[in-house]
Ligand binder design. Structure first.
Ligand SMILES: *Cc1c(COP(=O)(O)O)cnc(C)c1O
Length: 383
């Protein structure tokens, strides 16, 4: 086994054939519309609505701004219950809108917010729940929606990881009041940067459109405090084209995931994720959990040893958002037991559609070798 010369990265963005993108953006030179709800933007919005199997979609410059606009659209106030096991964006969106994040523990089996612990955190200041479909695995949407109805709370799902996922035939963007999809280059499906909100309540549309465009109502009237969060035509063109490739992309990821599972399932102390009944997954990431007692080393050691053989993995999500300097005062240690445990044991392995089967084999061989022999030396076969 030779160590590859070039590093095996965690992620590489999908790029369509360059000529195809060139042809698409040529239209921009004839319309001379570069932004502000241009024709490609409109086309992308319509096509995305269809692909996500949702009622309405609004597009934004990125997923984070989309999340902030979702919060403003619903007029949330006070406290919002969310998960500490997420990307910084989820919690920052809550804070940037002047609200207080309240961290709820997660379920160890799928890393999603533990719905059974939400009600204990509800106070008279709580206005919403913002759960995250972590690694594309759907949250317990039935329980969350039931709790929200009972306590008259809004629900915004951070579906940044969940593009293309469905539950019992229903597109993941149909749950809660609003769902946010990130269309960033490192996600399963992208528009370079971009974000989309999906929702069933049609009247949100004009409000979102206004909020993303400075609150402008008409040339002489600005009636809301808005921001600038518009998607431009170059982004929309990438999105329109990438939609043509998404099914091939998902299929390639499925195959690589099955290969990983087959090759790694025999290793003691390594827990893999499995498909859930009724769920069409998108294989966005390949996370594993390391039980150091059985595996023979900690997650951090495995991460470092893989790096020595040019395999770049990521401790994701680590640290927890509740451990960031800005939020440390909010997280109550004892109540985030599983989140803490998972964050210390999780490791995400490289996965993207242009990853070759041989490379996945190399990564799995490396993990096996590290497991068997505890490390790598100059004489070891991994050299
Ligand atoms: C990527 C991501 C976001 C932010 O999306 P951007 O498009 O990068 O702004 C928010 N939440 C989660 C969980 C993400 O992974």
């Amino acid at each position: 086994m030779d160590i590859p010369d070039t590093p095996i990265l965690l992620y590489r963005p999908f790029l369509p054939p360059m000529e195809e993108y060139m042809r698409e953006i040529e239209r921009i030179w004839s319309t001379v519309t570069l932004s502000n709800n241009g024709p490609i933007h409109q086309e992308f919005e319509a096509k995305l609505t269809e692909r996500l199997h949702v009622e309405n979609v609004s597009l934004f410059v990125n997923g984070h701004m989309a999340l902030e606009i979702a919060i403003k659209t619903l007029g949330l106030q006070g406290e919002v219950i969310t998960t500490p096991f997420t990307f910084a964006s989820t919690v920052h969106a809550i804070s940037n809108c002047g609200l207080t994040p309240v961290f709820c523990d997660i379920r160890p089996e799928d890393f999603n917010i533990d719905a059974s612990k939400i009600e204990d955190l509800i106070t008279d200041k709580t206005s919403a729940i913002i759960p995250v479909h972590v690694f594309g695995t759907p949250c317990d949407v039935v329980s969350i929606d039931r709790i929200a109805q009972k306590h008259k709370l809004k629900v915004i799902y951070d579906a940044a990881h969940a593009f293309g996922v469905s539950v019992n035939g229903t597109g993941i963007g149909n749950f809660g009041d609003i769902s946010m999809f990130s269309l960033h280059a490192t996600k399963v499906f992208h528009s370079i940067e971009g974000g989309a909100l999906a929702y069933n309540h049609r009247p949100y549309k004009p409000l979102m459109n206004k909020l993303r465009n400075f609150g402008i109502h008409s040339p002489e009237a600005v009636d809301l405090i808005g921001t600038n969060a518009k998607m431009n035509e170059f982004q929309a063109a990438m999105g329109v084209i990438n939609l043509r490739y998404i099914d091939v992309e998902l299929e390639k990821r499925r195959k690589l995931t099955l290969q990983y599972r087959q090759r790694l399932s025999s290793i003691k102390g390594l827990t893999l994720m499995h498909d859930k009944p009724g769920v069409i997954p998108n294989y966005v990431y390949f996370p594993v959990l390391i039980e150091s007692d059985e595996f023979g080393m900690t997650r951090d050691e495995l991460h470092d040893r893989l790096k020595q053989v040019n395999v770049f993995t990521r401790k994701y999500f680590y640290p927890l958002c509740s451990d960031f300097d800005s939020y440390r005062h909010l997280g109550k240690a004892g109540q985030l037991r599983y989140a803490r445990s998972i964050a210390s044991r999780v490791l995400v392995l490289p996965l993207y559609s242009t990853l070759s089967e041989e490379t996945v084999d190399y990564i799995c061989d490396s993990v096996h070798y590290i497991y068997e022999f505890g490390g790598l030396t100059a004489e070891s076969p991994v050299n």
